[in-house]
Design a protein around this ligand. Structure first.
Ligand SMILES: NC(=O)c1ccc[n+]([C@@H]2O[C@H](COP(=O)([O-])OP(=O)(O)OC[C@H]3O[C@@H](n4cnc5c(N)ncnc54)[C@H](OP(=O)(O)O)[C@@H]3O)[C@@H](O)[C@H]2O)c1
Length: 232
């Protein structure tokens, strides 16, 4: 059975990934900041004790990432899914009022932590059968698509993540590891809000399809949940 390691697994898109991969028979290492309070995740775990384990992980704490990697040193990770992220832009356009502390934190969680996770778990991925590292990004990080401005913190953090992913695809190809950066669409979650047109269920089903069909030739590309490639 393949193994998935995912961050931000307690709600939203992360929780839905856990649900769907468990249904498919995968073994899932689900990371979240507060496992004790992760009621929905614990419910799934109570029904799938052999295939789902919960792990405390705040991705902004890089020492905690290293400790988790040591704890899971003997596991093979077929799919590392860097999903956790924050959206800290309090106004659509905060030009003139930029919160630089919030921006630093946003870059740490959204751009740096996925690279740190990759560095910490690359050996477990390299030893696996499927060898995939997927970073959940956003179309808001596409420079080509940006015609509306604003949202400096989130946009720049996802643009940086896209470059990290592209770089990883080059550096990890010799190790047989594939990477991609995926846009989930505008999805009904705490981040996406209730007006979003796409359910977490259909977004994740689409992203799973893209992940399954990923070949070495696709590595380092930027895809939407429906399989369409997005311009950088
Ligand atoms: N929803 C959309 O429309 C949309 C669109 C484009 C891209 N995305 C991307 O899709 C991914 C999932 O988003 P979502 O909509 O599911 O967001 P969400 O509902 O806000 O959930 C975010 C998840 O990230 C976790 N998280 C935040 N900071 C963390 C930290 N420091 N350490 C560990 N976990 C942390 C949260 O944990 P806590 O519960 O502990 O806060 C939560 O599990 C993100 O990468 C997001 O940027 C979403």
């Amino acid at each position: 059975m393949p193994n998935l390691l995912i961050t931000g697994a307690n709600r939203g898109i992360g929780l839905e990934f856990v649900r769907q991969y468990i249904e498919l028979g995968w073994r899932v290492f689900a990371c979240c900041r507060n496992p004790d309070q992760a009621t929905l995740l614990k419910q799934i775990a109570s029904m799938h004790a052999n295939s789902l384990s919960l792990h405390e992980l705040d991705v902004s704490d890089f020492e905690q990432i290293d400790r988790l990697s040591t704890k899971l040193a003997n596991q093979n990770i077929d799919l590392l899914l860097n999903n956790a992220a924050v959206f800290l832009d309090t106004h659509a356009n905060s030009l003139g009022r930029t919160d630089y502390e919030a921006w630093m934190y946003c870059l740490r969680v959204n751009s740096m932590a996925p690279l740190k996770m990759t560095e910490a778990f690359v050996n477990q991925v390299r030893r696996s059968t499927q060898k995939k590292i997927i970073n959940i990004t956003s179309k808001m990080g596409s420079i080509a698509d940006n015609s509306s401005g604003g949202y400096y913190l989130y946009r720049s953090s996802k643009t940086a993540l896209n470059m990290v992913t592209r770089n990883l695809s080059i550096d990890l190809t010799p190790h047989g590891i594939m990477t991609a950066t995926l846009h989930p669409g505008w999805v009904q979650t705490d981040m996406g809000g209730p007006d979003a047109p796409i359910t977490a269920e259909s977004s994740v089903a689409g992203m799973r399809r893209v992940i399954t069909q990923l070949t070495p030739a696709d590595s380092g590309k930027f895809y939407a949940y429906n399989g369409k490639e997005i311009a950088w």
